[in-house]
Design a protein around this ligand. Structure first.
Ligand code: OXD
Ligand code: MN
Length: 674
């Protein structure tokens, strides 16, 4: 069989900087004895090393050099067409018991799995080079920062890790010589890139990841989904912090007041676009800056949540990226970028569906075939990606390297929903916010293999990334909330709601600033809101819609709650909680977290209709009686008015109530809380 990753022979001075930590040396030796590579290449992250590896990658056709004038220092890689996305069905959490992995993960017994993987790795690097990639996740001086070592036989992985992480010397220094120090062991081998021999396995108790049979993205850049999220979330719970699938952005008012916001959207739902948002003209003087576009590690300091971006680069979806949709991303990928699975033009430039300007008359598509605008196939794969250093981003936040992180004022959850979910609403409190995150759902995209466009529940956008039992994860959120004296406010957004004509109601992109502004107003206690059964909703006049080319009726529709849709939604929540295992998760969850909203699920299904709020409250140790009351209201379709405790304003104006009425919600005045 053809060796897809032939060994390279570096000159002296390249690939020979062994770290001094004996635990690392022993582990590499062990893998070497098993995989039997031709040689071992110790990466140091230097420029000389990079230049050498690029040259070798081009020689081996792993990379194609792009037009130096059009996209300086940039390259194209084509993955095997059978290997173009994360493979959730072959991703395993290998904990001693199945229960620890929980109902949302594939589980596999650790000893058996090690032995199966050892079988696959035996002699797998014969004739290849074993690269050792030391890296850190997090700013060099952060207490949250973690050290990882990835062994790989893919030169593409090494070059991508250089972009996506702080790689080389910095990690070796941070680890030091203590053989008992904490660090993550990652082993990756391409094997023969056969989907039948493709497994991404995590051993949280051992801080170990083994990935075989893929050469693509999140399956093989072990720093990202594997360490920063799956193993990261496990460590975070154990150590009392949070590892989340969230972007982090800064937003600064013309008066210089700055807030930081973290947002969890499922894969390919616009996190990178939101993190690089350019406010519309009407918001002159407002600035949005990026701390991170995919992952947030958060810790508690002085009763607040502080976040760092553990990554050093962006691994973003390319199609649809243009000067119109995301000028900052376009500027970021104009140079020093590693593209995967986009099209190559005749002048060695890159092209993809949705790029500015007309399509080229001829190109080579992502599979390496001739392509013209008449071709039926896409020129770029829908999940084609760029890997680009975060320093290319013209709106990189100045505090991105700050070890303590940035203080988070608001957390946003959101998904791709063509109906049901309003443009934005705010949770009543932290527990209710946890419920919103836990029941988040989105229509699936091309980021993972499988059917596209189906609604799937994706709690906190962590469904494919939570490295332990999701019930414990929800509980961890609640525990964190208890320790926060100044918790971020929690919101839900949906940029993707469609009208009866099937068209998006909201323009999205830069205009999302209008929603962000309302969120910031709420944080500043200055924004108005209407109390609705599902949370605090802005009425149209609470949003700054000046110069927006959207009809008023669309805005009303965007902010509306359709009762029939919500009944289905609640039934969906119930079904989801049931699928998590009523015994193991729902009941526990009901007791600890969301009995209020768990009750809402049941009401949605008509099971406890007629039960009083006091009865429901008595049913468990409910975190927030107020949320319970709202949950019950959901079931009977009432909507009320009350004093908005955050803004101190009487926020439900007659006008907004009228507007709610138009949305089909019968209005009944609630009795005040006793
Ligand atoms: C990603 C993903 O690549 O979430 O960020 O799939
Ligand atoms: Mn992601």
């Amino acid at each position: 069989m053809k060796n897809i990753a032939p060994a390279i022979s570096p000159p002296t001075g390249i690939g020979d900087s062994k770290p001094g930590n004996q635990a690392v040396l022993d582990w590499v030796h062990e893998v070497e004895l098993l995989a039997k590579p031709e040689n071992v290449f110790w990466c140091d992250g230097s420029e000389r090393e990079r230049d050498y590896l690029l040259q070798e990658a081009i020689k081996q056709n792993v990379l194609i050099k792009l037009n130096e004038k059009k996209v300086p220092r940039s390259y194209l890689h084509r993955s095997n067409p059978n290997d173009v996305a994360r493979v959730e069905q072959f991703t395993f959490i290998c904990t001693p018991t199945k229960e620890e992995a929980g109902p949302t993960n594939n589980w596999s017994e650790p000893a058996e799995t090690y032995s199966k993987l050892q079988g696959l790795l035996k002699g797998a690097m014969h004739g290849r080079t074993l690269f050792v990639v030391p890296y850190i996740m997090g700013p060099p001086d952060s207490p949250l920062t973690k050290v990882g070592f990835e062994i790989t036989d893919s030169i593409y992985v090494v070059l991508s890790m250089r972009i996506m992480t702080r790689m080389g010397e910095v990690a070796v220094k941070r680890l030091g010589h203590d053989p008992a120090a904490e660090w993550n062991r990652g082993v990756h081998s391409l094997l023969d890139v056969d989907p039948a021999r493709r497994f991404i396995c995590h051993f949280p108790q051992d801080n170990t990841i083994i990935s075989v049979g893929s050469g693509y993205g999140g399956n093989v850049l072990l720093s990202k989904k594997c360490l920063a999220l799956r193993i990261g979330s496990y460590l975070a719970r154990k150590q009392g912090w949070m590892a989340e699938h969230m972007l982090i952005l800064g937003v600064e008012s013309p008066a210089g007041k700055k807030h930081y916001v973290a947002a969890a959207f499922p894969s390919a739902c616009g996190k990178t676009n939101f993190a690089m948002l350019i406010p519309p003209k009407h918001f002159a003087g407002w600035k949005v800056t990026t701390v991170g576009d995919d992952i947030a590690w958060m810790q508690i300091r002085d009763g607040r949540l502080f976040a760092v971006n553990p990554e050093n680069g962006y691994f973003g979806v390319v199609p649809g990226t243009s000067y119109n949709s995301n000028p900052n991303a376009m500027k970021s990928i104009e140079h020093d970028t590693l593209y995967t699975n986009v099209a190559l033009t005749d002048d060695d430039d890159v092209w993809w569906e949705g790029k500015d300007g007309p399509p080229p008359k001829h190109a080579i598509d992502w599979k390496g075939n001739d392509w013209t605008p008449d071709s039926k196939e896409k020129a770029a794969h829908p999940n084609s990606r760029f890997a680009t250093p975060m320093r290319n981003n013209p709106v990189l936040d100045p505090n991105v390297e700050k070890g303590e992180g940035v203080p988070i004022s608001a957390i946003i959850f959101g998904g791709r929903r063509s109906n049901t979910m309003p443009l934005v609403f705010q949770s009543f409190d932290w527990e209710h916010g946890v419920y919103l995150g836990a029941t988040m759902a989105s229509e699936t995209t091309a980021a993972a293999t499988g059917a596209v466009g189906q609604v799937r529940r994706d709690p906190m956008a962590m469904l494919p990334f939570c490295g332990y039992n999701i019930g414990d994860y929800f509980r961890h959120w609640i525990e964190i909330g208890k320790r926060l004296t100044n918790p971020p406010l929690i919101f839900n957004v949906n940029w993707f709601r469609k009208g009866g004509d099937g068209k998006f109601l909201w323009p999205g992109f830069g205009d999302n600033m209008r929603v962000l502004k309302w969120i910031i107003d709420r944080c500043e206690k200055s924004g108005g809101a209407v109390e609705s059964p599902i949370g605090w909703l802005p009425s149209p006049h609470d949003l700054d819609l000046a110069d927006l080319d959207v009809e008023h009726k669309c805005v009303v529709e965007l902010l509306g709650i359709d009762h029939e849709e919500w009944k289905k939604e609640l039934a969906g929540h119930q079904k989801f909680f049931e699928s998590l295992g009523v015994d193991a998760v729902l009941l526990d969850l009901a007791r600890i977290v969301v009995n209020p909203m768990g009750a809402a699920c049941l009401i949605g299904a008509g099971e406890i209709a007629g039960r009083s709020e006091d009865e429901a409250y008595a049913a468990g140790d409910i975190a927030s009686q107020e949320a319970c009351r709202h949950a019950l209201l959901l079931g009977v379709g009432m909507c009320g008015e009350r004093n908005d405790s955050r803004s101190g304003q009487q926020s439900s104006s007659d006008q907004s109530l009228d507007q709610m009425n138009h949305c089909g919600i019968p209005l009944v005045k609630m009795r005040p809380l006793s």
